[in-house]
Design a protein around this ligand. Structure first.
Ligand SMILES: Nc1c(NC[C@H](O)[C@H](O)[C@H](O)CO)[nH]c(=O)[nH]c1=O
Ligand SMILES: CC(=O)[C@@H](O)COP(=O)(O)O
Length: 159
């Protein structure tokens, strides 16, 4: 099912574990920060709505999505139950988009394989800014919300 056929912000609260005892790390890329801040807002709201305590959420910024790999690796060491990687990669004139997207995807996959703290992939990889707007609080909802719910579920799984 493509994103256009579902709303990223919708979830059944009855199916979400109570997250009041969980700690979360959120690493936010500064590239396309109007988008990444929108994703962050969605994630924070969903965590708080599911009883996560504000003092149990750590936020770090990194320059771009490629640096999410290193930032999340360090965040895994902060006694958190899950990490959320937030980025926005938008196609430009060159193939750089392909390399950034592939690199961050593989890097975050590796962190999930090599370490015992789940890292949630909240990285938009869009053809244009409108697609990013639509997925960070626009008509398709907020991928940050989706990522926060995934983080709670994975933290519960990892208990
Ligand atoms: N073009 C985008 C980038 N590029 C920067 C890289 O992520 C990285 O910071 C740089 O190559 C230095 O290592 N990053 C994004 O997050 N989004 C983009 O659209
Ligand atoms: C994803 C990118 O690195 C890209 O937005 C950079 O733009 P360009 O390919 O025009 O250099």
């Amino acid at each position: 099912m493509a994103t256009e056929n579902k709303n990223l912000s919708e979830y059944d609260k009855a199916t979400i574990p109570n997250a009041k005892n969980f700690r979360f790390g959120i690493v936010v890329s500064e590239w396309n920060d109007t988008i990444t801040e929108g994703l962050y807002k969605g994630a924070i709201q969903a965590l708080l709505d599911n009883h996560v305590l504000a003092e149990n959420i750590i936020r770090w910024n990194v320059p771009g999505s490629f640096e999410l790999i290193y930032g999340c690796k360090k965040m895994q060491q902060q006694q958190v139950d899950a990490v959320i990687a937030i980025g926005s990669v938008i196609q430009g004139e060159t193939k750089h988009f392909d390399f950034v997207c592939e690199g961050v995807t593989q890097g975050i996959k590796d962190l999930n394989v090599l370490q015992n703290v789940p890292v949630i992939f909240c990285v938009l990889t869009d053809n244009n800014i409108q697609q990013s707007i639509d997925r960070s609080g626009g008509k398709h909802g907020n991928k940050g919300t989706e990522a926060a719910i995934a983080a709670i579920k994975m933290a519960e799984l990892n208990k």
